[in-house]
Ligand binder design. Structure first.
Ligand SMILES: Cc1cc2nc3c(=O)[nH]c(=O)nc-3n(C[C@H](O)[C@H](O)[C@H](O)COP(=O)(O)O)c2cc1C
Length: 169
């Protein structure tokens, strides 16, 4: 894709609360064998850890995407204009276990110049390298009220990923 512009993390000006909570993102994880899956996410964050710009992702073990978050996976976050809300809603409701979601959601997978996965329709794509992961456990919750989020589905796996590149249109 010729029309991507790299943005340095320190120059990135988006409101990340609006970006995640209101716009949502599509996590795509591509394994070494080329297979991939994607899911919508709105919980997470961006910051600095170990001297690096990082993203924090929270993926429940039930998600098919969880199987694709291998140590050597090419992980990316893709962001879209409002016109693609339905595609994100689809990828947040259906599982890749049922078939190729990107096709059904009307998204066209493409590679960034660095080989990481994103979509023709995305306006912003962030390439990530996994640095750390840990599974939440009940006894770690200081505020027990938060356990209400885990009555049905499992405790999230927390991923800390280095931001390799931010690419905007
Ligand atoms: C707006 C929105 C935000 C979501 N955020 C997350 C999230 O941060 N973490 C998570 O594990 N699931 C989240 N989900 C649920 C997954 O996207 C959903 O279960 C999806 O169908 C999983 O697909 P998969 O089985 O192909 O991985 C969210 C869903 C929506 C609609």
């Amino acid at each position: 894709m010729a029309n991507w512009k790299q943005i340095k993390a320190e120059d990135w000006k988006e409101n990340i609360f609006h970006l995640l909570d209101k716009e949502w993102t599509l996590i795509t994880a591509q394994r070494n064998d080329g297979s991939s899956n994607q899911m919508t996410a709105s919980w997470g964050g961006f910051g600095i850890l170990w001297g690096k710009p990082v993203a924090f992702l929270f993926v429940r073990p039930e998600r098919y995407t969880h199987l694709f978050m291998t140590d050597d996976a090419k992980i990316s976050l893709s962001f879209f204009d409002e016109a693609h809300r339905a595609a994100l809603a689809y990828c947040g409701k259906h599982s890749g276990r049922e078939g190729d979601k990107s096709e059904k959601a009307g998204l066209s997978p493409v590679s960034l110049p660095n080989g990481f996965p994103t979509y023709q329709e995305a306006r912003l794509a962030i390439s990530l390298k996994k640095l750390f992961q840990a599974d939440m456990r009940e006894e770690q919750f200081v505020e027990k009220e938060m356990l209400k989020f885990y009555q049905k589905d499992g405790f999230h796996t927390v991923y800390v990923c280095e931001i390799l590149e931010i690419n905007g249109r």
